[in-house]
Design a protein around this ligand. Structure first.
Ligand code: TYD
Ligand code: MG
Length: 453
């Protein structure tokens, strides 16, 4: 063994033999830190040893026995995983501090009653975990708790116990003693993950790693962590709101279009199986500035409320702010309204909010955003039985969106009377399938005229 010192970018994991100010790989400044790595000199020997064991096979000779899935006892979590845990899979669950990662992991560890689970926490004491368990009111005779941050010990206990599910809270607090860099550094994270990976694969133990997220929203630690694991889940939501979304960013054993929706309650995370009903605020007041979008997140349709407030700018430069919707996209939509539809919004403050504090990526929400803005600007309220689904192009045209039938049927199911969609959505025979009125429009102003005359 030889000790070598290398500089690692703490953002992306790139390495360099000497210190540099700007990372040539990810472009961030001042992120290089010196770490010691051990270079093993007998690498070639291990390769020769392993040669006997693995043999290339013909593709046709590979048996596809039905993937076994382990039920975690949590439907929403099973859903994001693509139907449950796969033995030996290693999952990374990332999210901002305080979003509820530990709560979710503990809930899963406790609720999966027929699984022997081992919950390792490097952050909280056993008493703290007990308090949390009392709070979420779960109890299990099959869940072992350990407060430990030395990975050697973790692996030792895991081998001893052979759990059906291993939870590591969090990967950034784990440390391998023989490496002398501090916990959370690139080489520690990488080594710890690769040790855990070895364990998970050798003994077929599904392992859930919890990972922190940096300020800019990416998983802390190197990108290479994401390459090493089988599944990357992201826990999203606004800490001040109750809704949480778990999204699969990468999944070797399932689709990445699934997502799980939870509600943070006094007693833990509750699964939300019917999101639409929760994401609409049920007020009967006719308020301007509210429009409802028939959205699809992942592959699930739901209706979501967009709220806008437009007022004359008090100061010279108008303010634009948005929660749950991309600000650049908002600015673009405002420019389209100004340029293509002739609405004067340049001197107005515009505030936009997606109800429930969730973040929406679906482009079909554009039309509802525009309608909410115009409704607030003109102070005309939009009938609560109408909803929208359409993307807006730079020339002000309403563009067709995917999964239109799903959106329409969800809207119909929830009692909406009319949905506005793009003229270009191929729907000749659609209207006959639905009772809800489907209104087609090619331009933004057509929608507005259709509603307010
Ligand atoms: P936590 O799981 O500790 O977050 P993370 O591990 O992602 O940092 O959850 C923290 C927040 O959740 C905390 O602010 C309190 C809140 N909470 C509830 O609202 N209800 C509960 O039952 C629990 C356990 C936590
Ligand atoms: Mg935590």
């Amino acid at each position: 063994m030889k000790i070598k010192s290398v500089f690692f970018c703490q953002e992306c994991g790139a390495q360099s033999p000497k210190w540099i100010g700007k990372c040539p790989s990810c472009g961030s400044w001042n992120t290089y830190l010196e770490e010691n790595v051990q270079v093993s000199s007998n690498k070639s020997a291990t390769i020769v040893q392993n040669k006997e064991r693995s043999k290339p096979k013909l593709l046709s000779g590979i048996n596809l026995n039905e993937q076994i899935r382990i039920d975690t006892g949590n439907n929403e979590f099973n859903r994001v995983l693509g139907g449950g845990l796969v033995p030996g899979t290693i999952i990374l669950l990332g999210g901002e501090p305080g979003i509820g990662k530990s709560t979710l992991a503990l809930q899963i560890a406790l609720r999966a009653r027929n699984l022997k689970t081992l919950y390792i926490s490097g952050e909280e004491s056993e008493q703290q975990i007990k308090l949390r368990a009392l709070r979420i009111d779960e109890n299990s005779q099959n869940c072992l708790i350990l407060n430990e941050h030395l990975l050697e010990n973790v692996i030792f206990h895991a081998k001893e116990i052979m759990p059906d599910l291993l939870v590591i809270d969090s990967i950034q607090t784990m440390q391998i003693e023989k490496l002398d860099s501090s916990p959370g550094s690139v080489s520690q994270i990488r080594e710890c993950t690769s040790e855990l990976l070895k364990f998970a694969k050798t003994y077929s133990v599904p392992t859930l790693l919890i990972g922190h997220i940096t300020k800019d929203g990416s998983l802390a630690g190197p990108k290479l962590l994401e390459h090493m694991v089988d599944t990357v889940l992201q826990f999203e939501g606004d800490r001040n709101h109750i809704y949480r979304i778990v999204r699969a960013i990468k999944n070797r054993f399932g689709s990445t279009s699934e997502l799980g929706i939870f509600e943070m309650q006094q007693d833990g995370l509750r699964e939300v199986s019917n999101p639409s009903e929760l994401l609409l605020s049920h007020n009967d007041l006719d308020m301007s500035g509210v429009a409802i979008s028939a959205s699809v997140e992942g592959i699930r349709p739901f209706l979501i409320e967009v709220q806008a407030l437009v007022s004359s700018a008090v100061y010279g430069t108008p303010q634009r702010s948005s929660t749950g919707f991309d600000l650049r996209r908002l600015n673009m939509l405002l420019a389209v309204l100004e340029k293509r539809a002739g609405f004067r919004l340049a001197q107005k403050d515009v505030f936009l909010n997606i109800a429930g504090g969730i973040k929406v990526d679906d482009p079909a929400i554009d039309l509802a955003v525009i309608c909410a803005i115009l409704s607030s600007d003109q102070d005309l309220s939009i009938d609560k039985t109408k909803c929208f689904a359409g993307e807006i192009g730079l020339s002000g045209e309403i563009r067709p969106v995917t999964r239109i039938e799903q959106r329409i049927s969800e809207a119909e199911k929830l009692g909406f009377k009319e949905i506005f969609i793009s003229k270009h959505n191929k729907i000749q025979s659609l209207q006959s399938k639905f009772k809800i009125k489907i209104s087609l429009a090619a331009k933004v102003d057509e929608v507005f005229r259709a509603m307010f005359g």
